[in-house]
Every structure is written in structure tokens, then in C-alpha cells.
Ligand binder design. Structure first.
Ligand code: ADP
Ligand code: MG
Length: 232
């Protein structure tokens, strides 16, 4: 007996910097953007992995909003969903996660550009995680590096959405293939020991751990970017 098909209500996510650009939250993302811009210009970093110590910390939300405010400043942006087990990037842009990163990596000719989707934000494109889902889909360092090198020739900045950095093989591959990694921390939610462990893991990788985005919904002034390696 087959089970009845589960009715699936498409989840939609809201992009505050696009819908409410004058809100204080959007202003906070612009402050973080300025810090990131200074850093990327100084060091010519192009690929930035955005990760967290745990799930539901606001990683994808931060990555999307940073992507939008950077595109609004004229940067040619690409956002990649590297969270294969729990993809979410497509939900923010009302796209289907039909083909994407995992399909490119499974394609021997790596025809990259046909998998990239334009968005309603000028200058901002996305690569969703793709048709291969779930456990056991492991990225391969060499392939991922080649792919990022291709993208670097096309885009100004590439932000990569990562699974939580603690003991996740794909997070380690993505962060080590990127020029820099940033960790999102949610004030009052992220556990300190997990955050410190994640930071240690990131620092062990070959990319540069450049800082922490701290989100706090209650105290807006606390949402900011620390351009340093110390957490607390
Ligand atoms: N700054 C924030 N303050 C409070 N809640 C947030 C914040 N950013 C995101 N959220 C909420 O937290 C949940 C998880 O966000 P998400 O970006 O998907 O996290 P992650 O990618 O780390 O799993 C969502 O319901 C989102 O609306
Ligand atoms: Mg996420």
C-alpha cells in the first residue's frame, strides 16, 4: 500500500533588505557589508563561506541579506547553497531547487552557467543545492576548488551557505576551499562551547577565519560584524 502523497506547502522566506530597505535591520546589514567590503578590497578575497556553530542561527538569512545589500552597491554577486542536507537559499528567492551545485559536480563537463539562476535583485544570482539531496552527498575538494575558480572570474563576491561548522565534512570542505570564512552567532541562542569549537574547526582549515556576525533581534545595536578572531 502506498502512502498518500504528502501535501507540501511551499515555504517562503522574507528578505528584509529587499522588502524594507529603510528598516533598522537593513541598516545593520549595510554596516556589516561595509566591514566585509573593506576586508575583501584590502585582501582581494572573493569567496566567503558563511557558517554557524549550530542550526537555526540565522546563517542563510544573513547570507541572503548580505548578498542583497552588496548587490545594491553594484557588486556582481553569486550566492551558493552549500547546505545540501538542509537547503534553504531557493526559498528566499521563490525558486525551485531543481538543478544546482550537486548537479554541476555530477556533470563531467561542469557546464556551470546554465545552472545559475537570476533573481529579482539586480546583479545577484544564485546557485541552489540541486537535485541530489540528503545524507551521503559529499563535496569533493578538488572539484569544488575548480568550480570556485571559474566563478571568481565572473563574479565580484561569492557567498557560500554552509552547514554548521562543527563536525560536518561538507562545511569543512567549503570553508577550506573559500578565501575566507565568517561565523554567524545568534545572541542568546548560540551556545558558547559550540561557538568556540566551531571557531577552532574553522581556524584549522586553510581559509582565513575573518570574523563573526552577531545577530540580536532585541538589541539591534548588538548586531554587528567583528573583524577579529576573538569571540567574546
Ligand atoms: N537576527 C535574527 N533574529 C531572530 N531570528 C532570526 C534572525 N535571523 C534569522 N532568524 C530566524 O531564525 C530561523 C532560522 O534562520 P536561518 O537563516 O534559516 O538559520 P540557519 O541557516 O542558521 O539554519 C528562521 O526562522 C529565521 O526567520
Ligand atoms: Mg541555513
Amino acid at each position: 500500500m502506498s502512502l498518500p502523497a504528502k501535501k507540501h506547502k511551499a515555504e517562503k522566506r522574507f528578505i528584509i533588505t529587499q522588502q524594507q530597505p529603510m528598516s533598522p535591520y537593513s541598516e545593520q546589514y549595510r554596516v556589516i557589508r561595509t566591514n566585509l567590503e573593506l576586508l575583501t578590497q584590502r585582501t582581494s578575497m572573493k569567496t566567503i563561506a558563511v557558517t554557524s556553530a549550530d542550526k537555526e542561527q540565522g546563517t542563510t538569512t544573513s547570507l541572503v541579506n548580505l548578498g542583497v545589500v552588496m548587490a545594491q552597491r553594484g557588486k556582481k554577486m553569486l550566492l551558493i547553497d552549500g547546505n545540501i542536507r538542509k537547503p534553504a537559499l531557493h526559498l528566499f528567492f521563490r525558486k525551485k531547487n531543481q538543478y544546482g551545485l550537486t548537479d554541476i559536480l555530477a556533470d563531467p563537463h561542469m557546464r556551470t552557467t546554465e545552472y545559475i539562476l537570476p533573481t529579482s535583485v539586480e546583479g545577484l544570482s544564485i546557485l541552489t543545492s540541486g537535485s541530489q539531496k540528503g545524507m551521503g552527498i559529499d563535496l569533493i575538494t578538488e572539484q569544488f576548488t575548480v568550480l570556485l575558480e571559474k566563478f571568481k572570474r565572473i563574479y565580484d563576491v561569492i557567498l557560500i551557505d554552509c552547514p554548521p561548522a562543527v563536525e560536518n565534512a561538507n562545511a569543512q570542505i567549503i570553508t577550506s576551499c573559500s578565501d575566507a570564512s565568517v561565523m554567524v552567532i545568534r545572541f542568546g541562542k548560540t551556545k558558547k562551547d559550540k561557538a568556540l569549537k566551531a571557531k577552532e574547526n574553522l581556524k584549522k582549515g586553510s581559509s582565513q577565519f575573518v570574523g563573526t556576525v552577531v545577530l540580536d533581534k532585541r538589541k539591534l545595536k548588538k548586531s554587528h560584524f567583528f573583524n577579529r578572531n576573538v569571540l567574546y
